[in-house]
Design a protein around this ligand. Structure first.
Ligand SMILES: *Cc1c(COP(=O)(O)O)cnc(C)c1O
Length: 424
């Protein structure tokens, strides 16, 4: 059987493989140069290898570390009820469906999950995708043509930007969260047949919330449609976790919602678009990541149904999440750290007061890790120049004692690096 080793050029080469290997070498050299440039610019990303499941504590480098950088907001990623539901679905429905949805890949589980997601999100219907990245990749092209316009918040997620690139609509951008600018853009785009305002519900770098109530008013005034990507908000924000629309008092009044199953809702994989039934029906006919990519595995559907059941019946995790988030914000502020106000479990700890903010963020992250706290530093180009930060993500699964241990590590590391005064 041909194996990987057979692909490596050997002694005897035909003229074709000879010339191919020369091109190959050129590609390899080029990429090596690009990788070196990334490393030189401190932009090379390394991946920490975990030795166990996702949770408020993780095992890495052979030790237990407090984890403050996962999207496991509700602590459901390794919840025994969720794991059991996934296992049950695996036993009952098998491992894979080996088909796309419209050929032989739709089970009762998929239909039930779509119905439950639509209900949870306050929409008529929902369509599943392998990821929210795919939901965004498959939304704009089927709905919008050249006489339409997409009006996008400047800080929208990469998957929205890529999805919009695939459609022929005019692309307009408004400054982040700037409703005056959005109103201007709406006035200037009056001639478009359909205007779609597109925004993240919660923005991942600051944890700030899109003002959906104001966006709804502007959309109504200008006869535009709203799409919200609520990936960081579904299950997290709003009285019952129904996301940014619930938080802003417009639950059931957002035209289209995309979101992920890969963050608060168990954290495995999968995404969806929810909206009016005819639009969802149209996406099932036309959306390319839906038509040409495999169906979500039954284990994920079964586990996600259990997650939605837990959310409907128990707001305990949401309340714990809120307490933890407030505890951490207040504690960091008391220590003298620069923490912006907010209500989302994303907590940026800013280093913008310092000239060497980027290297300071990296060193603070390292010092925290040495003290048993895993928290990632973000700097340019992920955030604007001069706005480097540590981004903490709080989970309902963190105990008050874990938050305290994190604060102790921040206190020690912050004094060591002269970020906060020594007396703290
Ligand atoms: C995480 C995220 C995505 C991607 O979700 P996946 O399901 O992992 O593809 C899309 N949009 C936003 C706003 C996100 O935060």
């Amino acid at each position: 059987m041909a194996g990987f080793m057979d692909l490596i050029p050997g002694e005897e080469r035909s003229p074709e493989t000879e010339s191919r290997s020369v091109m190959h070498e050129g590609l390899i050299q080029h990429i090596k140069g690009e990788l070196d440039a990334l490393r030189a610019a401190n932009l090379y990303k390394t991946e920490r290898v975990l030795n166990g499941p996702q949770g408020p504590e993780v095992q890495a480098d052979g030790r237990r570390i407090l984890n403050f950088c996962a999207n496991n907001y509700l602590g459901l990623a390794s919840d025994p009820r969720v794991v059991a539901a996934g296992r049950q679905a695996l036993d009952r429905w098998g491992y894979g469906l080996s088909s796309v949805r419209f050929i032989c890949g739709t089970t009762e589980l998929h239909k039930q999950l779509e119905a439950d997601l639509a209900d949870f999100l306050g929409c008529e219907d929902a369509i599943l995708y392998a990821a929210c990245f795919d939901a965004n990749g498959g939304l704009f092209e089927p709905l919008l043509d050249a006489d339409c316009a997409v009006i996008s918040d400047r800080f929208n997620h990469a998957s929205i930007i890529d999805g919009v690139r695939l459609c022929k609509a005019r692309r307009l951008v408004y400054d982040h969260g700037d409703m005056t600018h959005l109103a201007d853009v709406l006035r200037e785009s009056r001639d478009a047949r359909l205007r779609l305002i597109v925004t993240d519900g919660v923005f991942s770098m600051d944890g700030d919330i899109a003002p959906l109530d104001q966006i709804r008013d502007l959309a109504d005034e200008h006869d535009a449609v709203i799409m919200v990507d609520d990936s960081h908000a579904t299950g997290v924000i709003g009285e019952t976790g129904r996301g940014t629309p619930e938080r802003c008092g417009v639950h059931g009044r957002v035209d289209l919602i995309t979101t992920t199953l890969g963050k608060a809702l168990g954290g495995a994989m999968g995404g969806c678009t929810a909206g009016p039934a005819p639009v969802i029906d149209w996406l099932r006919q036309k959306s390319r990541p839906y038509l040409f990519s495999n169906t979500l595995p039954p284990a994920i559907c079964g586990a996600s149904l259990e997650v939605l059941r837990i959310l409907r019946e128990d707001t305990g995790p949401l309340r714990r999440l809120e307490e933890n988030q407030k505890h951490m914000r207040a504690g960091l502020r008391d220590l003298g750290f620069d923490v912006s106000r907010g209500e989302h479990p994303i907590i940026p700890v800013h280093l913008r007061r310092f000239d060497d903010d980027a290297s300071l963020a990296a060193r603070l992250s390292e010092s925290l890790f040495a003290r048993g706290v895993y928290a990632i530093g973000f700097s340019y180009p992920v955030v604007p120049r001069g706005q480097a930060r540590i981004r903490l993500q709080i989970s309902a699964a963190h105990t008050p004692a874990m938050i305290e241990r994190c604060l102790e590590a921040f206190s020690a590391a912050g004094r060591e690096l002269s970020i906060i005064p020594d007396g703290s």
